[in-house]
Design a protein around this ligand. Sequence first.
Ligand code: CMC
Length: 431
Amino acid sequence: MLKKELYLVDESGKRLCVFSVLKGTEGPEVFDIGHLYKETGYFTFDPGFFSTASCRSSITFIDGDKGILRYRGYDIGELAEHSDFLEVAYLLLKGNLPGEEDFALFLHQIKHHSMVHEQLIYFFKGFRRDAHPMAIMVSVVGALSAFYHDSLDINDPKQRVIASHRLIAKMPTISAMAYKYSIGQPFIFPKNSLSYAGNLLHMMFAVPAEEYVVNPVFEKALDKILILHADHEQNASTSTVRLAGSSQANPFACIAAGIASLWGPAHGGANEAVLNMLNEIGHKKNIKNFIEKVKNKKDGVRLMGFGHRVYKNYDPRADVLRKICHEVLKEAKQESNSLFELALELEKIALSDQYFIERNLYPNVDFYSGIILQAMGIPTTMFTVLFSLARTTGWVAQWMEMMEEPDKRISRPRQLYEGTAHRNYKDINNR
Ligand code: CMC
């Protein structure tokens, strides 16, 4: 068999270093450069990690050119169609779809952890009512490490599993509490007889004074949205979780770090930014001007919900979401939702514009998700919170995978130093 290798040679053709080629199941092959610095004194330079595989993983596969996203080998469209969120959580964590008995046990384990410690309520009460719920999420999820001392030993596989169940189980409760706090309503306890998505809707929208019945169309749509957001390979927040975890920080602290990274508008904050953008455009007649503003780049305006570091083709998640959008708007009796019509028109115009064609800019997962969530009555400030709730499953699966590696090491990138070279200290009177 042909063994592929890459050589680094000096000007005289002398081999300085040999890099072997590693081949995964699918996707680009990678050069193993771990020994480059030791052997040659050179670093590689790849800000933004355009050409860097930061780890081995068996969880999620993306082919950005073909618009493929798979969890553990299953196409995302198929999972969204046939599976449900907790089954997908099981798949991401354990590697295979569960049999009936295993799934029943998993459901019990997750539901068993859905409540939060009563004392945690005081963390919410320390916030202003107008705090962004993501600010609350970063703090409260980080604070879990101060409550669950029996799942902090990262070297104990059993404690790692308990921590992962706790995180997945408590995220809906904490997310709904962040919302309830912002509108001054009492916190609603989880109801374990409901589905994961149904329970989230219940905790967000029920009030103690009235009976709340979960809308099955919204429940199904939310469940699909959670599936679509559950994992996405080594994106910024997942890499943050892995980086934090590489120092052997506890899982609650690592997930809080992931939430912080997800908050930014270039990542998880984009669906909130899409709605703000659509509201700002306001009417189809203003699209042309807006697109011009995006293209001239002077004002730093981007078409939010468009473009992706990895997808240079249609984001397969956006495809599923466009379909869900129709169903939810019909159920919400908003079939002539002006933002949806505006989004469809914006997508059509952008996809036929040379600027977007040349740069392979297509709608991403965030382009339609905000419209769906808003039609379900979910406020924009909660969009990123729901993304973080769904992605917690992927973060936890990736963290578990990393913790199980026998040769794991602290992640420590290096740099190209461009600051001042050595100089001597001068007394303040001589500067
Ligand atoms: N609108 C206008 N121009 C864009 C956009 C956009 N949304 N995205 C990329 N470009 C242009 C960019 O100006 C650059 O042009 P040029 O080659 O002339 O300099 C070119 O396309 C490449 O862009 P980039 O910023 O180098 O690409 P990136 O891979 O670093 O950025 C991105 C990826 C997602 C941050 C970017 O496309 C973006 O800012 N999109 C809008 C925000 C958004 O929707 N984010 C959600 C991402 S999906 C959710 C997730 O997975 O987190």
